[in-house]
Design a protein around this ligand. Sequence first.
Ligand SMILES: NC(=O)c1ccc[n+]([C@@H]2O[C@H](COP(=O)([O-])OP(=O)(O)OC[C@H]3O[C@@H](n4cnc5c(N)ncnc54)[C@H](O)[C@@H]3O)[C@@H](O)[C@H]2O)c1
Length: 328
Amino acid sequence: MPASERDARLWLVTGGLGFIGHHLCRALLSRGDSVRVVDDYSDAPYPTVLKMRNEEELRREFPSFEVVRGCVTDRELAPRLLEGTYGVLHLAGLAGVRPSFADPARYARVNTEGTATLLDAAQRQGLELFVLASSSSVYGNATPLPAREEAPAIVPESPYAASKRSAELVASAMLRKTPSMRCPSLRFFTVYGPRQRPEMAITSFLRAILAGKPITVFGDGTMRRDFTHVEDIVRGVLAAAEKAPAGFRPYNLGSGAPVTLTELVEAMGKAASRTPTVVHAPVPLGDVDATFADISRAREELGWSPRLTLTEGLATVVRWLESERTST
Ligand SMILES: NC(=O)c1ccc[n+]([C@@H]2O[C@H](COP(=O)([O-])OP(=O)(O)OC[C@H]3O[C@@H](n4cnc5c(N)ncnc54)[C@H](O)[C@@H]3O)[C@@H](O)[C@H]2O)c1
């Protein structure tokens, strides 16, 4: 709902300088809401300079955009961040399956302790809404596909997946103290689009394809992923903030239409009007065989469904990468 049809709200967006956070902040500010971001300009899993660029661009367009440099595990800071806010959109976290093996303690601290710290402060302040960014990785390899939210999700394949699942479990237990609070946990399925994290498959592959370089596909190309465009994810976050019921409730936000890596490479070649050169490498530790979302719960309870096809979504990434190449 645009702010003109109701009172404008102040949101705390954690991790608002990251890939998804940038798009979410833009959507909120464009509809007339106010945004306070907390972000530590983390150097992982990709360089700080890209977060600074995201910040600069939002500030240029929306001078009132407020950013606090800080860590989500800071207990002193948390109550101040929440002052005057309508709700928390908690995206801050260390993303990435593979790098989580190199620093599991940092992943656990930021993703699990950070969630508990902010949620605890939100409960003490009497806030009624805490939206948690979770991940499809909580399903691991043991969940029957398409994955449904009520699956046990107890065999994570990486420290990252474990940190996200434990953040959910901690939040779910904490909600017993404030049962009227709304705490949707949104399990994002491989998000892509302009500004995607540079180490992720679609951006790194398309960059290589456009530069005429080979791309490295893990495994034999049969691994499947449920790719979801960032515009759809942002609409899903906003729908959950509006419509999620009281209590802790997980929702899959995915396309519901997984493709194999071989199909992805073919679609990327078409989007870039190039023939990709593919090199195969062993599947890294932690990568799951397939992700595939059952999205009926989000459809029924949030009125949400994805709109962009993979072809349309890839075209947005090609346009973004081409505009970057011409502006540098
Ligand atoms: N992109 C995806 O495909 C995907 C899939 C599933 C879940 N998620 C989750 O969605 C969220 C956003 O993902 P993204 O792809 O935009 O990642 P991102 O790395 O671009 O954004 C995360 C942001 O959090 C900030 N951050 C990291 N540690 C922090 C800390 N200790 N205190 C404050 N800020 C901190 C980072 O600086 C960054 O700006 C993450 O929680 C991620 O785990 C993403």
